[in-house]
Ligand binder design. Structure first.
Ligand code: HEM
Length: 113
């Protein structure tokens, strides 16, 4: 079995400026999108994710709905720990505990769905 080290590609300082920094604006001018196979969240080639189109359509909707409908709060006093656990899948080392509360006025909207 051939495994590609995607983490190394997505964190390579030779191809990304400050790879460890959360800088979503780096994608505004499509930096790395498919170009040179630098950014590959859906894999590539014949076995690449067939759900990419669907995912790209609904991710914004889902995220927007969660932000619009609920207030989110860190359940702990400390800053969110962004350390990663090593392994086959990229998971947080410390789980994120959050409190979410429905935003005023949204209960009625959601009850109609
Ligand atoms: C954010 C959302 C998603 C991400 C990041 C993601 C990512 C991936 C990745 C990395 C692979 C492996 C590609 C490879 O081996 O090169 C994969 C495979 C696959 N994904 Fe997704 N995926 C997402 C959503 C979806 C959705 C919405 C569907 C279906 C509705 C889907 C169906 C599949 C299937 C069936 C495969 C296996 C393809 C094969 O082995 O030929 N995925 N996905």
């Amino acid at each position: 079995m051939l495994l590609v080290n995607m983490w190394a590609i997505q964190n390579d300082p030779k191809i990304w400026v400050d790879p460890e920094k959360f800088r979503p604006e780096r994608f505004e001018d499509n930096e790395g999108m498919r170009d040179g196979f630098k950014f590959l969240p859906f894999g590539t080639g014949t076995r690449r994710c067939p759900g990419e189109g669907l995912a790209m359509c609904v991710i914004g909707l889902i995220l927007g709905s969660l932000i619009q409908c609920f207030e989110w709060e860190n359940a702990n006093e400390e800053m969110v720990d962004m350390r990663e656990k090593s392994g086959f899948q990229l998971a947080k080392d410390r789980p994120l505990h959050v409190k979410c509360r429905i935003r005023p006025g949204m209960a009625e909207v959601l009850s109609q769905i």
